[in-house]
Design a protein around this ligand. Structure first.
Ligand code: BEZ
Ligand code: FE
Length: 288
């Protein structure tokens, strides 16, 4: 086609796709380019704005490596990651929520009732719940991969004062489907702002805060894997999570439990004499 105009460009693009292109690629890329063209026309994109956008993407690539995933962060703050989560969540199971960049794939085994708090200061948080299916039956042998920030708001990979594996643990449920562990109350924190995504937040007058949360990845044979988070209902950032990760069913009460009531069956049993916090969070998996 030699007579390309702004009105026929999208059709010309689609016409250039080969007959044997993968049908899903045709659908996804075709739609993306259609929306991209419509967007440029709608806002009358200038050359300067186009250059600024290209330079932003280049800098996003420059700062990225296998530990720093600036494109993922960009997707997070634009709401795309959460939208993909919501499109793929099944309403009969626990909602999924953002994975974030701080999961590690080889977390150490944590016995049921095990402790992740260790030497860290802060209120003891006892977390427990049942991994179950949509019929309410407990799932045996499910793996529950847990991670969170230290009380200073940093994940281990961000903090030279923490061991690689601090506040990371992997539990396997027994026949009753139960997981249980102690840690310290996580705190709200900011997503990294020292790169191009920080510039966007700043330019948009947006803050970089996330409400405090515990992360979970739950896997079991025959079920869809679940990536999710649990948030305390009194967190000040609950209604303004910068990565849009909060869902109603993921907001739980951290109950203050009276001194002297810490239960048996935990690594810390017999050592916690003061008040402590408790959160009960069941995780419902959907069959594949
Ligand atoms: C996190 O929860 O760890 C996280 C999620 C998205 C961006 C940055 C951090
Ligand atoms: Fe997080």
């Amino acid at each position: 086609m030699r007579d390309v105009t702004k009105d026929n460009l999208t059709d010309v693009f689609m016409g250039y796709l080969g007959d044997d292109v993968n049908p899903r690629l045709r659908e996804v890329l075709g739609s993306l380019v259609t929306h991209l063209h419509a967007f440029a026309k709608e806002v009358n994109l200038t050359h300067e704005e186009w250059e600024k956008g290209i330079s932003f993407l280049e800098r996003t690539g420059d700062i990225s490596d296998k530990e720093r995933h600036e494109f993922v962060l960009l997707s997070d703050v634009l709401g795309l990651s959460s939208l993909v989560d919501m499109i793929n969540t099944r309403p009969e199971g626990t909602s999924s929520s953002v994975l974030g960049p701080f999961h590690i794939s080889d977390a150490p085994k944590l016995a049921i009732g095990g402790d992740m708090k260790g030497r860290f200061e802060g209120p003891v948080l006892l977390s427990e719940g049942i991994v179950k299916n949509t019929e309410g039956e407990p799932i045996e042998g499910a793996t529950v991969d847990i991670w969170q920030t230290a009380p200073n708001g940093l994940y281990s990979s961000q903090d030279p004062d923490q061991d690689t594996y601090s506040f990371h643990g992997l539990q396997t449920t027994a026949a009753d489907g139960r997981y249980a562990f102690t840690s310290v109350r996580p705190v709200e924190y900011t997503v990294p702002t020292d790169g191009p995504v920080g510039e966007i937040l700043n330019a948009c007058g947006r803050h970089p805060w996330r409400p405090s949360h515990l992360h979970f990845i739950v896997k079991a044979e025959g079920y869809r894997s679940l990536v999710t988070e649990v948030f305390p209902e009194d967190d000040p950032y609950l209604d303004q999570d910068t990565v849009f990760g909060v869902r109603n069913d993921l907001v739980m009460r951290y109950q203050t439990m009276p001194a002297g009531s810490f239960p048996e069956g935990f690594e810390l049993s017999g050592t916690v004499n003061d008040e402590y916090l408790k959160v009960q969070f069941d995780l419902t998996l959907v069959k594949t």
